[in-house]
Write a protein that binds this ligand. Structure first.
Ligand code: NAG
Ligand code: NAG
Ligand code: NAG
Length: 426
């Protein structure tokens, strides 16, 4: 289906007849009370200051100006937040500028990671400003998007007008999700299907991504459409050089759409971090990253925090942490409070020692309430016995993983009805 679309390939730009004009207009309708929309900016030359209105009603102008101010305030707020974050990062950098170069395969160039690489926020992606300056030539091509419904606030209203958008929709891209993100709508409307979109889709298919995943990938990382093919290929080659198989790379990209957004330097740094921090082999590092590829995408701070929690707050030993993480990589990214809560219940209420929790680490990834109500039910029945050296031992594994009916029959020797009645008393 995707390929059939690509072969059609009409130029979206000429259909739209406007780039910046339409885009800017769309951008502001979000702030607009639709009943008061009177004018549409007809020409935008060098940004918003020279907007000319077809109908120059003061009220409308005033509103427009108001929207502009509102937007500026937002931008300013955004910028100042960024500044604060940078400062925070600088603080961190004093203690945490560490280079983790990945020893999976020796690399020659050992470049220290920069702070922006370490703490990047995935959702705070590149912003193509709808207000950016345009050339006179471009300005001359701008015309009023007369056929576009004036009260529109949704990208969906452009689908019929834009070849790129309609094809993305056919691919399964969720415009509804994309348009929640700042400037993504305008970025998409600037893209040409033939030159920007089709080659990226072909590339993804060539590296083994299934057609059915393309929509998901672009919905989550539309910026892949603006990245150069050369960069994308270099990153795939890097992963292959680290002995990730063709199938593994395809599966990682399919599940972590931001993976190919990151430079080789950063990917290498991430792999090195996990291998050195956990003190595990190259193949175990590959294994955990292949199963949870977003470990290579997100910030390392929460991971460091979770490792600290496991070691200092929960009191696991190095080899136990290694075992836990290799079995359940998700422990690295799980919510710290949930991790602590379930550990506390297992260890302090159920009296399960560390080494047994480490032996069945999946239990750390189970819902707290599920463990709690099952344990309390067993305790009520006098069957809460978790010591493998004593008779009638109940393993954490079966406690956590059995479905309700098997739990009742096999572990509690009770009926499902009894269990449900008991839950109501909690
Ligand atoms: C501006 O408004 C006039 C009538 O008020 C109309 O004839 C004309 O087509 C409009 N121009 C544009 C570019 O919308
Ligand atoms: C992803 O890549 C695009 C294109 O190079 C870039 O504009 C954007 O900032 C990147 N996003 C992140 C989160 O790195
Ligand atoms: C890493 O593990 C090895 C054993 O596999 C151990 O000898 C060494 O001390 C560990 N290194 C660190 C930094 O914990």
């Amino acid at each position: 289906m995707a390929l059939a679309c690509m072969q059609l390939c009409l130029r979206c730009r000429s259909l739209l007849c406007t780039k910046t004009g339409l885009v800017t207009w769309h951008h502001y309708t979000q702030f607009w009370d639709s009943t008061t929309v009177i004018g549409v900016p007809t020409r935008i030359v060098n940004g918003p200051l020279s907007i000319r209105w077809n109908r120059t009603e003061t009220q409308t102008r005033h509103r427009w100006k108001h929207q502009m101010l509102f937007h500026s305030a937002l931008t300013a707020k955004h910028l100042s937040t960024e500044a604060t974050e940078e400062k925070y990062t600088e603080e961190l950098s004093k203690t945490s500028v560490v280079t983790y170069s990945s020893p999976l395969v020796p690399i020659t160039n050992n470049v220290p990671v920069t702070q922006s690489q370490m703490t990047i926020d995935l959702d705070d992606a590149a912003e193509l400003s709808a207000l950016e300056k345009i050339s006179d030539e471009e300005a001359a091509n701008i015309c009023v998007p007369a056929a576009i419904p004036p009260a529109s606030t949704s990208l969906r209203d452009y689908v019929d007008k834009s070849e790129t958008l309609s094809k993305l929709v056919q691919l399964g891209v969720s415009l509804w999700k994309l348009e929640q993100r700042p400037n993504v709508g305008s970025m998409l409307l600037r893209l040409d299907f033939d030159t920007d979109v089709a080659p990226k889709l072909l590339f993804l298919k060539e590296i083994g991504v299934e057609d059915s995943r393309l929509g998901y990938i672009i919905t989550h990382n539309p910026f892949i459409l603006t990245e150069s093919l050369e960069n994308l290929q270099t990153r795939v080659n890097y992963l292959k050089s680290k002995k990730f198989s063709y199938e593994t790379v395809a599966s990682m990209v399919s599940r972590a759409p931001y993976l190919l957004n990151f430079s080789v330097k950063r990917l290498d740094n991430r792999l090195g971090f996990y291998q050195q921090q956990l003190n595990i082999s190259a193949s175990n590092t590959r294994n955990i990253v292949a199963r949870l590829p977003r470990l290579l995408c997100g910030s390392l701070e929460p991971v460091k925090e979770n490792l600290k929690v496991c070691e200092i707050e929960l009191g696991f030993k190095e080899n136990e942490i290694q075992h836990i993480v290799i079995a359940v990589p998700k422990v690295l990214t799980t919510n710290k409070r949930k991790l602590t809560q379930i550990f506390d219940f297992l260890h302090n209420t159920m009296k399960v020692p560390h080494h047994l929790i480490a032996k069945f680490p999946q239990v750390l990834n189970t819902k707290y309430l599920r463990i709690r109500e099952r344990h309390l039910f067993l305790k009520y029945l006098g069957k809460a016995q978790y010591d493998p050296t004593l008779p009638n031992y109940i393993s954490l594994d079966s406690l956590a993983s059995l479905p309700d009916d098997a739990f009742c029959t096999n572990l509690a020797s009770a009926t499902l009805e009894d269990f449900y009645l008991f839950q109501k008393t909690l």
